[in-house]
Design a protein around this ligand. Structure first.
Ligand SMILES: Cc1cc2nc3c(=O)[nH]c(=O)nc-3n(C[C@H](O)[C@H](O)[C@H](O)COP(=O)(O)OP(=O)(O)OC[C@H]3O[C@@H](n4cnc5c(N)ncnc54)[C@H](O)[C@@H]3O)c2cc1C
Length: 826
């Protein structure tokens, strides 16, 4: 810093109190500031360590694309951003440099073509106008491009490019016009808190008290998080582009192009071509923390590493091979372990929000991110599905630097890889392994990863290598998983269920406190299992789990491990501080085996003294039983729709119980089953999967879970009044429906459009193959302004679009498999 700057800086007088402090003046911080003013919040200050855009924003390539996402929230955020960049100038007088030159993606293989067709159809459902165009049309549009290997292109005329600095400046100007104070050259050096709530920030120029602090510090956000005791799992990775000298025929209206199979994107820049790369394995950066003084910085490029990718990418535009290189640029960008941003209130600290980790999409999502975060802060809840972006989905171990470094280098490349169903990361694996892992590996398990756990996805028969061959059609494990499915329906299966998150809630007030949080009534006799949702004040779903009463003052909460952080935070925030309640995360204390199928009683009866008859051990109850020499907490419950028990086994007894069950199971033909079989079984039974089929925007009545809501219990529950209003309207315009394709061949995965009498009516939230029902099964919400009644559903006319082809489907509001629960209650 120069002497003049030092003097100017010491002259800065910071406010002592503000309602909101935003840390970071990149596109995200400025967008959040701008959007807070739109919602009427003006008492906001933004602090930037250097100058606005000095972090990552200044050097972004500025690609803007609404097409290309495969989830509703990202599409909404990208679409909104695209519109905002076109209207900000009229409002602020500052241009964003937005040019709707169009965005074109190439498919050069049959599977890529199918994938892009699926994504394009999904996007059309949200009014993103994507056209499939032929290679000859591409040739006409891009005479300089080689097109002989292209099968088709997907063109979105409204997409284009923006100038990231100008867009940020326009947002900053709009924010200032709305009353926000912006200070440059002010570094936040500490975050203050009291009693679990953020209270302000520390700078060299003094402290600012605040009710809310928003961490928009880009790749520094992890370090800011550490100041606050908040996990912000992201890591910087090198991202490259080069710019050629001017090329004849490359004009300013050249479309943006993604050549996904060459990991490359292209756009015009000062008469030449800008070529950016998403190579399969990138290089990590900033392993010892991001330098504090890295401003408008560049990284020294590693030409040797990048050359093979550059050469390959230049083959698309052979003219590049002879054009001079004007610049080879390498800059850092933050990536997250699962390629989705980290947004929302930190589970560790009340009123401390994060908006970081944009995986090279911060410019094109920036407007929408600001809108969503501002809404979330001002209204207390988000107004979009946040299942995939909520920072609360992350577990503490994911902030481990080695894990982040190893994983994020693969995430960069994943941006352009084919998003096959069931796609797994290869890096940072074997982080969490259940105690049964080696036994299951020996039995032929193919492992997927969920929340760091290695879980068996399916089992290869003897002599077959457990390796997946990705495809949109039937993958190589289809038949193996079918055999597991059939064993669950006809015999008995064993599943490793250790990925379940386990939480103990104890204390004199446990019943009262939990009953206020649960929509169902958990004031039940000891030993009962209650399936319930947790709702927010709007009556929409925050969690979907079971609560089991272990004793007068003890409850066991079971939830997916990926939602454990969010569930713990919800408990923390909604149990009154004066209540006599203690919440303990007991995740590692137990491993879990799931024994399911009509022969499960016969198998278990031979290894326990407990009476497992229906009378002695009814459905939705629990008992502590012995298995072999071990004490085991057995829950009679099912997620597959058969007779079965989940066994919670103290860790040190786990292998003994496993071996005991496997030995006894020989007589019953016990089969190992993986999560693919589980998914197929639960889809047939119309069991919802929170975060996939149902999310924070859905209420239990629309989701078909009204049966599990007790409106009349004493004391009510959070969200009751809002939900009651929905109920009293007497009509549901939006409702979850189960579908079965009539044609047994095509496969449903996710995102396929539902048509009713030729009109778009919704999309499939999750799909899989129902081996018992004999076709693909999908769950999706259907919308109809006159009401989604049984008559409406029974009148038929449903079709589901898969990559451009429509297939007739049977629709139902009740499970197509065992609607009377006869198989479960026997
Ligand atoms: C080569 C390259 C090309 C890209 N191309 C595109 C593209 O085409 N389209 C797209 O959408 N995205 C693109 N991106 C990604 C995009 O640039 C980022 O996602 C986006 O800029 C992130 O914005 P941000 O505001 O989160 O972070 P930043 O811009 O880094 O802003 C964070 C700010 O916080 C400040 N800060 C840090 N610590 C403190 C502190 N202690 N106190 C105060 N202030 C602090 C920093 O100085 C910085 O200005 C690209 C990225 C790279 C590297």
């Amino acid at each position: 810093m120069t002497e003049v700057q030092e003097i100017e800086k010491s002259a800065i007088e910071l406010p002592r109190h503000k309602q909101v402090v935003i840390i970071g003046g990149g596109v995200i911080g400025c967008s959040v500031a701008y959007h807070l003013t739109k919602l009427g919040w003006q008492d906001v200050v933004l602090l930037e360590r250097n100058q606005l855009t000095a972090g990552t924003t200044w050097h972004a390539a500025g690609l803007v694309e609404a097409n290309g996402f495969f989830d509703e929230t990202s599409i909404e955020m990208a679409k909104y951003t695209r519109e905002l960049y076109q209207t900000l100038e009229a409002e602020t007088g500052q241009s964003t440099g937005y040019k709707p030159v169009g965005y074109l993606e190439f498919a050069t293989s049959a599977s890529r073509l199918e994938g892009l067709r699926r994504i394009a159809e999904f996007n059309r459902g949200f009014d993103v106008q994507v056209e499939e165009i032929s290679p000859s049309e591409i040739k006409r549009m891009l005479p300089l491009a080689r097109t002989d290997d292209i099968l088709a292109g997907f063109f979105c005329a409204e997409d284009g490019r923006v100038n990231p600095i100008d867009a940020t400046m326009a947002l900053a100007k709009g924010a200032r016009m709305g009353g926000v104070q912006i200070f440059e050259e002010v570094e936040v050096t500490g975050v203050q808190q009291n009693n679990g709530r953020v209270t302000g920030v520390v700078t060299k120029l003094g402290e600012i008290e605040a009710e809310y602090v928003i961490n928009c510090a880009g790749m520094w956000a992890r370090q800011i998080g550490q100041m606050a005791g908040v996990n912000v799992p992201l890591h910087a990775v090198e991202h490259y582009y080069l710019i050629t000298e001017p090329i004849e025929g490359v004009t300013p209206d050249y479309p943006v192009i993604s050549d996904l199979d060459r990991y490359a994107y292209y756009r015009e820049e000062t008469g030449g071509l800008l070529l950016g790369l998403f190579e399969p394995i990138a290089a990590p950066w900033g392993m010892n923390g991001i330098p504090k003084d890295f401003s408008f910085g560049e990284i020294r490029p590693d030409w040797d590493r990048m050359m093979p990718y550059i050469e390959e990418a230049m083959k698309r535009f052979p003219v590049m091979q002879h054009a001079g290189i004007h610049k080879l640029f390498c800059g850092p960008e933050s990536f997250t372990p699962d390629m989705a941003p980290l947004m929302g209130e930190a589970p560790e600290l009340k009123n401390f929000f994060v908006a970081a980790g944009f995986n090279s999409l911060g410019i094109l999502l920036g407007g929408g991110v600001g809108r969503v975060i501002a809404h979330w802060i001002v209204n207390g809840l988000p107004d979009v599905d946040v299942s995939e972006i909520n920072i609360a989905r992350m577990l503490p171990f994911q902030n481990n630097p080695k894990y982040l470094r190893d994983r994020t280098v693969e995430v960069l490349g994943m941006m352009f890889k084919e998003q096959f169903p069931n796609r797994q990361y290869d890096t940072a694996r074997h982080v969490r392994r259940s105690i049964f892992h080696e036994r299951l590996a020996e039995a032929g398990a193919y492992f997927g990863a969920y929340a760091g756990w290695e879980y068996p996805d399916w089992f290869a028969p003897k002599g077959v290598e457990p390796r997946v061959e990705y495809a949109w059609g039937r993958q190589n494990w289809f038949e193996y998983s079918e055999a597991e499915h059939r064993a669950a329906r006809e015999g008995v299966v064993l599943m490793d269920y250790s990925v379940m998150g386990k939480i103990l809630v104890q204390g004199r007030d446990a019943e009262k406190a939990l009953n206020r949080i649960c929509a169902n009534n958990i004031a039940v006799p000891i030993g009962r299992i209650v399936y319930t949702q947790w709702l927010n004040e709007l009556g929409t779903i925050e969690a979907d789990l079971t609560v089991t009463r272990l004793s007068e003052d003890q409850y066991l909460i079971l939830t997916g491990d990926g939602t454990r952080t969010a569930v713990l935070a919800w408990l923390q925030r909604n149990i009154p501080s004066e209540a006599h309640v203690f919440v303990t995360d007991i995740n590692s204390a137990y491993s879990v085996l799931n024994i399911q199928g009509p022969k499960s009683r016969h198998l278990l009866s031979r290894v326990t003294n407990a009476d497992l008859t229906n009378e002695a051990f009814p459905y939705l109850t629990t008992q502590e039983i012995d298995i072999g020499y071990a004490p085991v907490r057995a829950l009679r419950v099912t997620y597959v729709g058969e007779l079965g028990w989940e066994l919670y086994i103290p860790t040190e007894f786990s292998l003994h119980v496993f071996d005991t069950l496997v030995a006894a199971g020989q007589e019953d033909g016990l089969v190992y089953a993986g999560l693919q079989a589980l998914d197929s079984l639960r889809l047939e039974k119309f069991y919802r999967d929170f975060g996939n089929d149902v999310d924070n925007m859905d209420n239990p009545l629309e989701a078909g879970l009204g049966f599990f809501v007790d409106f009349d219990k004493p004391g009510g529950f959070i969200g009751r009044e809002a939900l009651l209003q929905v109920k009293q309207t007497g009509i549901l315009k939006y409702r979850m429906v189960q579908f079965l394709l009539e044609d047994p061949e095509p496969l449903l995965h996710y995102g396929e459009t539902i048509y009713k009498d030729g009109k778009r009516a919704g999309y499939i939230r999750s799909g899989g193959y129902g081996h018992t029902l004999g076709g693909s099964v999908g769950l999706g919400f259907v919308e109809n302004q006159e009401g989604v009644t049984r008559d409406y559903i029974d009148s038929g006319g449903f079709e589901i679009d898969i990559a451009g082809d429509r297939y007739p489907a049977r629709a139902s509001l009740r499970p197509l498999y065992d609607p009377q629960l006869e198989r479960v209650r026997c």
